[in-house]
Ligand binder design. Structure first.
Ligand code: CTP
Ligand code: ZN
Length: 151
C-alpha cells in the first residue's frame, strides 16, 4: 500500500526528475534555470530513498529537455533518473550522463583563477565522471564534486 501513495501529485505531461540527492536540489534548480520559467513545477525534498538516504524530486509540467541540457545536472545529481510523462503515463526513462566538457555553470574553486578576477566564462575538462572532477582550462586546478558552486 505504501508504494501507492504519491508524495507529490502525478503530472499529465512533462518531465519528472527523480533520485536527486536532497542537498543538490537547489543546485539542480539553478543549473536548469527553473527560477526563470512560468510552467507549473512541483518539488518534494527530504523524501526517503533506499539508495540516497534522502532524495528530492522535481516535476515539470510541459517541459521536455534536450539531452545536452539535462546532462548538466549530472554534475550534482549523477544518479538522477528522468521520466518522460505523456498523458499521465511514463513513456520513457532516461539516466543522466556527465558531459566531457563543462562551459560556464561552475565556479573555479581556485580564488586566484583569472575567471574569478575577470569576466571570463569558466571552462573545464571533466577528468573524472564517477566522483566528478573538473580540470580548469585556465588555471589547471581541479574543482571536485563536493566543492561545486553554481554561478
Ligand atoms: N510520475 C508522475 N506523474 C505521472 C506518472 C509518474 O509524477 N503521471 C512520477 C512518479 O511519481 C515517479 C516517477 O514519475 O516519481 C516514475 O514513475 P514510475 O516509473 O511509475 O515509478 P517507479 O516505478 O517508482 O520508478 P523508479 O523505480 O524508476 O524510480
Ligand atoms: Zn581556474
Amino acid at each position: 500500500m505504501k508504494d501507492k501513495i504519491l508524495e507529490v501529485s502525478a503530472i499529465k505531461d512533462g518531465t519528472v526528475i527523480d533520485h536527486i540527492p536532497a542537498n543538490s536540489l537547489f543546485k539542480v534548480i539553478a543549473i536548469l534555470g527553473l527560477d526563470k520559467i512560468c510552467n507549473k513545477i512541483t518539488f518534494g525534498t527530504n523524501l526517503e530513498s533506499q539508495k540516497l538516504g534522502q532524495k528530492a524530486i522535481i516535476k515539470l509540467s510541459d517541459i521536455f529537455f534536450l539531452d545536452k541540457d539535462i546532462n548538466k545536472i549530472a554534475l550534482v545529481a549523477p544518479q538522477a533518473k528522468l521520466n518522460i510523462i505523456r498523458n499521465y503515463e511514463v513513456k520513457e526513462k532516461k539516466v543522466v550522463e556527465v558531459p566531457d566538457e563543462i562551459v560556464g555553470i561552475v565556479k573555479c574553486m581556485n580564488p586566484q583563477c583569472i575567471t574569478n578576477e575577470e569576466k571570463i566564462i569558466t571552462k573545464y575538462q571533466v577528468v573524472s565522471k564517477k566522483k566528478v572532477k573538473l580540470l580548469c582550462y585556465y588555471c589547471e586546478k581541479i574543482t571536485d564534486q563536493d566543492n561545486i558552486v553554481i554561478i
